[in-house]
Design a protein around this ligand. Structure first.
Ligand SMILES: [Mg+2]
Length: 270
């Protein structure tokens, strides 16, 4: 055999064995989690994701300036802003990235992740919160994290420099509570909530437990509030938008979930 032909065969063999190794190392560990690859990738790597967080917090700052300069809050009450935490102020995407890369038996449990208090802030969040704090506005963090995770949550907020991060301003989910409305009402007894920030429509009033269609209809109904009183951030990784696809039934198998995902797509008709 000619020397050049032998070299060529050796190169091809090396190429194919390299390709096989690559494929092996990228075996799909969990098909349902695998579907989250693009969402997590977008959240972590898209400049557009960063830009949307800056956009949301910039709008928040402009609205706050306007409200404060025109004294547009119920006099007799104190002005307050309410923010969700996860994927609004705090970035948990490393946990979701890890889920894609790990077998289900090796998942890092949500509680263990939260106890680390190591999540980073999302773009624009801390600058905005410090600005609101400097203007004397009360800040309430209303999150559906469990009460047992309160100390770790406050520690994480303090680590990233979030102002007013204390037990009185961090309101977590109580036993038996479904949504956030009761905690918003509690704040509203002493404050006028002038702005709300969240990545989930459940962070605002009127969206709890709605079906996919009802959520869309309610978003249409409240259309003029977005960017005015309600500031929404993007979260393609998870949320009630996904829960609604499964009719909020968390017992569904991965196969059922995968089927419902496909069933809810709207392809063009031939
Ligand atoms: Mg959230």
């Amino acid at each position: 055999m000619k020397k050049s032909k032998m070299l060529c065969i050796t190169a091809l063999t090396l190429f194919f064995s390299f390709s096989c190794d690559q494929a092996e190392s990228q075996t799909i560990i969990n098909p349902l989690q695998e579907q989250n690859t693009m969402s997590v990738l977008w959240f972590q790597k898209a400049g557009e994701a960063r830009a949307l967080f800056y956009q949301g917090y910039n709008i928040g700052r402009m609205r706050l300036d306007d409200i404060l300069s025109k004294k547009q809050w119920k006099q007799g009450l104190k002005p307050a802003i309410v923010l969700d935490l996860d994927e609004t102020v705090i970035d948990n995407s490393p946990l979701f990235a890890k889920k894609i890369m790990s077998p289900p038996t090796a998942y890092l449990n949500w509680g263990t992740w939260v106890e680390r208090s190591a999540a980073e802030a999302l773009p624009g969040a801390i600058d905005f919160l410090k600005y609101a704090d400097s203007k004397g506005v009360a800040i309430y963090y209303i999150s559906n994290r469990k009460e047992a995770l309160k100390a770790a949550t406050i520690r994480n907020l303090q680590n990233i420099g979030a102002p007013q991060a204390d037990a009185a301003h961090v309101l977590l989910k109580q036993k038996g509570e479904r949504g956030k409305e009761a905690r918003r009402m509690q704040v509203a007894k002493t404050h006028d909530i002038v702005l709300l920030f969240g990545d989930n429509l459940g962070d605002f009033s009127g969206f709890e437990g709605l079906s996919v269609t009802q959520r869309a209809q309610m978003a249409d109904k409240q259309r003029y509030e977005f960017g005015r009183k309600l500031i929404v951030f993007p979260n393609p990784m998870y949320g009630d938008w996904e829960g609604a696809i499964y009719q909020y039934d968390s017992r569904r198998s991965d196969l059922e979930k995968a089927k419902l995902r496909k069933d809810n797509l709207e392809p063009f008709q031939p």
